[in-house]
Ligand binder design. Structure first.
Ligand code: 4NP
Length: 155
């Protein structure tokens, strides 16, 4: 029996800091586990200011430091195809989650990213590191690594 690949979309605001890093970490983990063919993985932003751009250099750098290539190109959430195009939406924070609901995604398909982080019982947000220093990106990397590992273990 063949099963359809699970379609997973990581979502933040700009699609240049958090969600491309989450996407790259998840891709790395599924390749490491030899299960890449079971998933279709993408990321996007609820806003389109950075559409067409590479990820923020600080996300690319924290990935590289940890052996992970962050190479996605930013895109805006597409209201006409994305709600039905994915089985699972991973929102980086509560505002992203609410925006996805407003944009027509079935709430049953949305999870907060850190609901899969075993170190945090209350699923807090993955904080937006855009206006902070590089240290923020290290913290975000650690949160995303635990969350992606927890997510994968739950699937
Ligand atoms: P992200 O961070 O949502 O993690 O990609 C942001 C990047 C850019 C902006 C906001 C958040 N911005 O307003 O330009």
């Amino acid at each position: 029996m063949t099963t359809e690949p699970k379609r997973v979309l990581f979502v933040c605001l700009g699609n240049i800091c958090r969600s491309p890093l989450a996407e790259a970490i998840f891709l790395h983990l599924i390749e490491q586990r030899g299960i890449a063919d079971r998933f279709i993985v993408d990321s996007c932003g609820t806003g389109g200011w950075h559409a067409g751009n590479r990820a923020d250099p600080r996300s690319i750098m924290v990935g590289a430091k940890n052996g992970i290539t962050v190479d996605s190109i930013a895109r805006k959430f597409d209201q006409s195809t994305d709600p039905d195009g994915f089985d699972l939406f991973l929102a980086m924070d509560a505002a992203n989650k609410n925006d996805l609901i407003d944009l027509g995604v079935d709430p049953a398909k949305i999870r907060l990213m850190r609901s899969f982080d075993p170190s945090t019982p209350n699923a807090p947000d993955v904080p937006d590191p855009y206006y902070g220093g590089d240290n923020g990106f290290d913290k975000v990397y650690e949160m995303l690594l635990s969350s992606c590992t927890g997510l994968l273990d739950s699937l």
